[in-house]
Write a protein that binds this ligand. Structure first.
Ligand SMILES: O=C(O)CCC(=O)C(=O)O
Ligand SMILES: [Fe+2]
Length: 226
């Protein structure tokens, strides 16, 4: 019987710890991907809204930048949720024909430790609004919640923080500072192969991807783990 992805992933997680990015490879359909997610949740049913698997591919009416050929700028996932996911899992059903869609990662703790204090203070104090479609979230970009340190980050045409109340700090300048400094950082890059299942601790890494071929047939499944 073939070793299941989830077994390989579990082994990798045990070996490297749950705070590392892990990769396993094999073939899965979308239903099998959902099963793997359930297994990674320890067999528990997902709690809302973590149950839906999102298919990421170029479509005529994209839901966002991920469904276009554009690069996906640095972000963390689930920024409009009260408690963003601790992990996300990507399955590469089809990769880009010209080698686009390289996954990029940057450790959030390294970023935070490189920021001047006024930026940290502003990120942890300034009330911002994040709004997309009918979803709204208001709070600080940097916070501690019941799952630990949480840095909500997204700054692109689909979603960007809007300062509501800087509470005496340099909120807008701090957001611009992070946006700018991330262009100078050297990311961890990974060119996924067809069949890769990548497990990423969402609260520990910013992530993104390089542009795709214009009519790329690249297709990913993405799931969140609470
Ligand atoms: O397309 C990718 O490689 C990643 C997409 C992504 O990060 C997202 O949709 O949140
Ligand atoms: Fe993402």
């Amino acid at each position: 019987m073939p070793v299941r992805h989830v077994d390989r992933l579990r082994r990798a997680l045990v070996e490297t710890g749950e705070n590392k990015i892990c990769v396993a490879n094999g073939r899965l359909c979308s239903a099998q991907f959902s099963e793997q997610l359930r297994d990674l949740r320890g067999g528990a049913a997902p709690s809302h809204p973590f149950g839906t698997v999102r298919t990421i591919e170029i479509v005529k009416t994209p839901q966002g930048v991920a469904d276009t050929a554009s690069a996906h700028d640095w972000h963390t996932d689930g920024n409009l949720l009260l408690i963003p996911p601790r992990y996300f899992v990507l399955y590469f059903d089809r990769v880009d024909e010209i080698g686009g869609g390289i996954s990029t990662f940057y450790p959030i703790r390294s970023l935070l430790s490189s920021l001047p204090w006024w930026v940290i203070e502003a990120l942890a104090t300034t009330q911002v609004k994040l709004a997309r479609d009918t979803f709204r979230w208001t709070g600080t970009l940097l916070a501690i919640d019941r799952c630990g340190l949480n840095f909500r980050w997204r700054f692109d045409k689909d979603l960007r923080p809007e300062v509501v109340d800087a509470r005496g700090t340099q909120g807008k300048q701090a957001i611009d500072y992070v946006k700018e400094i991330m262009t100078e950082k050297h990311p961890i890059e990974y060119a996924a192969r067809r069949g890769d299942l990548i497990f990423v601790p969402n609260r520990l890494y910013l992530h993104g991807r390089s542009p795709l071929a214009l009519e790329s047939s690249r297709r990913l499944y993405r799931g969140w783990i609470e």
